[in-house]
Design a protein around this ligand. Sequence first.
Ligand code: FAD
Length: 417
Amino acid sequence: MKENNSFDIAVLGGGPAGIMAAGRAAELGARVVLIEKNEILGKKLLITGKGRCNFTHNEFDIRKFTEKFGRNGRFLYSALSEFGVGEVIDFFKSRGVKGKVEQGDRIFPENGNAQDILNALVKYLAEGKVSILLNTEVVGFKQEKGKISQALLRSRQICADKFIICAGGKAYPQTGSTGEGYRWAEQLGHTVIAPVPALNPVKTSEDWVKELQGLSLKNVSLQLFQNNKKKDERFGEMLFTHFGVSGPIVMDMSKNIGALLKNGPVKLILDLKPALDFKKLDKRIQRDFEKFKGRMFKNSLKGLLPLSMIPVIIKLSGIEPEKQVDHLAREERNKLVHLLKELELTPTGLLGFKWSVVTSGGVALKEVDPNTMCSKKIGNLYFAGEILDLDGPSGGYNLQECWSTGYLAGGNAAKGN
Ligand SMILES: Cc1cc2nc3c(=O)[nH]c(=O)nc-3n(C[C@H](O)[C@H](O)[C@H](O)COP(=O)(O)OP(=O)(O)OC[C@H]3O[C@@H](n4cnc5c(N)ncnc54)[C@H](O)[C@@H]3O)c2cc1C
């Protein structure tokens, strides 16, 4: 029997990846300790999906799933083969949490509560009798003969045969993810690809966006340009904020925006009516204006635009708001069509890690075995979750990455691979 501070496996960080890794290792019979500096496990998990937790994505084709992570996605093949979307759905279902597919193939717990997901995970830890140390900060490691022998806490040490680092990234540091894991990884000889915010709201220079604060738009198209070259394009939902733009399609584009801004200015072109080309939209507007004959221009746009957007578009169009709508010149109508199809926004930067959903960058994948999650530098060290150089779009991809890599790391650490 090992002593109180001595375990088969020590898991550092009690987020989704760490909990899954600890639970899986314990399920295979290992004596496991899970160390978390917060007062609770899964602090970030509880705010995912606006408290509803979009815990995976309804995509069972591993190739298609991994493509969403860009070039690095290939790293996830083994992890998803062993513990993929189907296994995750079954895992939670078998612990009383049924998944429900919602818009955009996002899967949420049926009762719409992230706490249900955390409760199921805590049950998993209890089944394996995992020792949980809360309010306990890891401050470093002791190495002996090329291996880690101890995790150093503020006032004691934890000895273990294997160590799994799941300290997350730098996104949303108010939840505990303050990037310590990167520092440890570097101290232990790993390369860390510079972490940058991903899935981040975008600041824009236009003053009028403030007037639209809180307005959410569905089924719009957004294009990203630099030097007149199209760099990205997304279709779906976005949101105006007091500082710029946010919402799924903006967040998914933010990594590219941040990278391109380093080279020079970029433009966003918003198409409010992507289902209609310029000609069809012009015809539609002519029909509307015919219907509203005799009315003022400012009172004729209700069928075309959300209410809060009407004054902004009127101002940008330069058209006299009180002009009779059937007296609009062709050029004026063209200007309106152009605004609805090509509304320009100028990104000036990202909001930064504080409001970022995930981190791009992290522990270099070439130094981690994708079949086991074991470090190629230190034989008794494993990584899982956001600390790895992996980031996917919004939609449940990032949590799935944590479940899959956590499960693989915990399993292999327990099996001695
Ligand atoms: C607002 C928001 C909404 C999100 N919504 C979704 C969603 O709906 N679907 C989705 O797929 N993804 C979502 N994500 C992303 C998802 O939350 C992350 O991908 C996931 O939490 C990463 O898990 P992790 O275990 O790797 O790291 P984390 O969740 O960051 O957990 C790491 C843990 O390690 C602990 N730790 C760090 N340093 C130390 C230390 N020195 N000592 C002890 N403990 C330490 C931290 O306190 C933390 O609890 C969202 C993220 C945010 C911020």
